[in-house]
Design a protein. Structure first.
Length: 141
């Protein structure tokens, strides 16, 4: 991780300003309290959306056709806008919103969440190793 990435990871994410129709929205990455509702919406989609070896790219048309209500609710949750507002968007506006939400969250996960997960995993591995060594010493004596 270079200096810029370290600095970026230390600062809170900057909201992305977006104007959709006549509404100004400030998009920020998902918050901890939004994860349970989002995971309930995503769970049925994950098996179909995750690329398989035989189909490396998801069939977005089928995904949207079969799970359109969940996808609209995901846009509503991530944009923090009422579902009725999301449903009323023109198609091009909905696509712009989806793109901006994806970009805001992917960047956040790559720059902030993944390094934190790696740090925690390393800490846990070290703690487990230290505890195991201590247990070995205690058993030997």
């Amino acid at each position: 991780m270079d200096k810029k990435d370290t600095l970026d990871a230390a600062l809170p994410p900057v909201p992305t300003a977006l104007r959709i129709g006549d509404v100004d929205i400030e998009l920020t990455p998902i918050r901890l309290g939004e994860i349970p509702a989002l995971m309930k919406l995503l769970r049925p989609l994950l098996a179909q959306a995750l690329p398989q070896a035989a189909h490396p790219v998801p069939d977005w048309g089928a995904l949207f056709a079969e799970h359109s209500d969940a996808m609209l609710k995901i846009l509503s949750t991530l944009s923090r806008q009422p579902i009725e507002w999301v449903r009323a968007l023109d198609l091009d506006e909905g696509l712009r919103l989806a793109e901006a939400l994806f970009a805001a969250n992917v960047d956040f996960f790559l720059r902030r969440v993944m390094p934190e997960i790696r740090r925690i995993a390393q800490h846990l591995a070290q703690t487990t190793s230290n505890a195991s060594s201590a247990a070995d010493i205690a058993t030997a004596t």
